[in-house]
Ligand binder design. Structure first.
Ligand code: AMP
Length: 387
């Protein structure tokens, strides 16, 4: 198949699949019939086309679209799933009234340049009784925050996300930082189960009022939306305190509580400051911490969070060879008083290491084994270790 034929095959129109068979067949054809060496962007290790995946429950909004746009930029093929996952809802929750609008979502996907929309039924996903095999994330990551109030929720998310990752087998999967506990948990599950995918966390998209976009915002009246804006304001207050030097979790959490209390209809379920990766509670924030909350407003449950970070930023600069990456990076580092890390030197160090080992350079698996065992230490020009 030449490039034009491939593009015609991929469409321009989003392909909707509701069955595993249809999805798998399309993905197999796309991967198998990918022409080689014709300048298509970024082949994977196996020379196949890159697939970006955005799992959702539908009722798409600008938050979802930001994930889709990023997937579109970074991959040849973009797959979006819409599945309102019954396993992640408790019997008392809003599974039945959760907004479902497939035709509208399909049109949105089409205009965002999505290639494949996978919208299976509950039966197709095999989650009807008897209870299917479940993925059990580490208890320490799901017993706090939302997990304390939604028993079974994260097992349900982990199970369906794992199934979807197995079905789509994407190179990258995109998740919103809005569900920070979910992202951290999925990253752990993927590590623990050796799922060959890169999890890409994406920033929270907000309304102009600061309210984090959510499909559940549709439940809110105009007045409630205004009231809900206080959630972000309360997080921002804690952020200000943090920037002015406050590091005690209790004080930062109290600042959020105090702001929320100004709008009594906002009933906090939890406000917690935890480690961004392990999600263990923090007493003080040293490097960074995740300040997360859930609030009830009438019958609606809203979540939001912010990352409090007390370290210098990491700025990555990429571009074609000879574009001046190192020159720019060195200047930026000097101006902003950051360490300049020459990643090119890391490749050279690795090359040296592999050459020293004497393995056949065409034996890629052996090179991969060596690379995974290679430790590289960086030192500053003064000889001090880079911390
Ligand atoms: P959902 O449809 O609610 O399951 O969300 C699907 C994906 O979109 C998840 O990875 C969410 O974290 C992400 N998402 C939802 N709302 C936002 C938002 N306001 N900003 C960024 N990502 C979001």
């Amino acid at each position: 198949m030449n490039r034009c034929a491939l593009e015609a095959f991929l469409g321009g129109l989003v392909r909707l699949f509701t069955t595993v068979a249809g999805l798998r067949c399309f993905l197999n054809l796309s991967r198998g019939q990918q022409p080689q060496g014709d300048g298509l962007p970024e082949p994977t290790m196996t020379g196949l086309l890159t697939v970006g995946f955005v799992p959702t429950m539908g009722a798409l909004h600008a938050g979802h679209l930001s994930l889709i746009q990023r997937a579109r930029r970074e991959n040849k093929l973009v797959v979006v799933s819409i599945f309102v996952n019954p396993l992640q809802f408790a019997p008392t929750e809003d599974l039945d009234r959760y907004p479902r609008m497939l035709e509208r979502d399909r049109a949105l996907c089409e205009s965002a340049g999505v290639d494949v929309l996978f919208a299976p039924t509950v039966a197709e996903m095999g989650v009807i009784p008897p209870t299917p095999t479940r993925v059990q994330p580490p208890k320490s990551m799901i017993s706090g925050l939302c997990g304390a109030f939604r028993p079974g929720h994260f097992e349900g998310v982990a199970t369906i996300v794992t199934k979807l990752l197995n079905l789509v087998q994407p190179d990258r999967a995109y998740f919103g930082q809005k569900d920070a506990q979910q992202v951290a948990m999925i990253q752990q599950v993927v590590r623990d189960l050796n799922v060959p995918v890169e999890i890409v966390p994406c920033p929270i998209v907000r309304e102009s009022t600061g309210l984090a976009m959510s499909s559940r915002n549709q439940y809110l009246s105009a007045e409630e939306k205004i009231q809900a804006a206080t959630i972000y304001q309360s997080l921002s207050k804690a952020e200000q305190l943090f920037r002015s030097g406050e590091r005690l979790s209790d004080t930062l959490v109290q600042a959020v509580k105090f702001e929320l209390a100004k709008v009594p209809v906002l009933q906090p379920e939890y406000i917690e400051l935890v480690d961004t990766k392990t999600l263990e509670p923090l007493e003080t924030v040293t490097d960074e911490g995740l300040l997360a909350l859930a609030v009830r407003l009438g019958n609606t449950r809203l979540i939001d969070n912010c990352v409090l970070r007390d370290r210098k930023p990491i700025i990555a600069i990429d571009g074609p060879a000879g574009a001046g990456k190192s020159t720019v990076a060195r200047r930026v580092a000097t101006e902003l008083e950051l360490f300049y890390l020459d990643t090119g030197a890391m490749y050279r160090a690795l090359t040296w290491f592999v050459l020293q080992s004497g393995v056949d350079l065409n034996d890629e698996p052996s090179v991969a084994e060596l690379a995974s065992q290679c430790e590289i230490d960086f030192q500053t020009n003064t000889g001090a270790p880079l911390v």
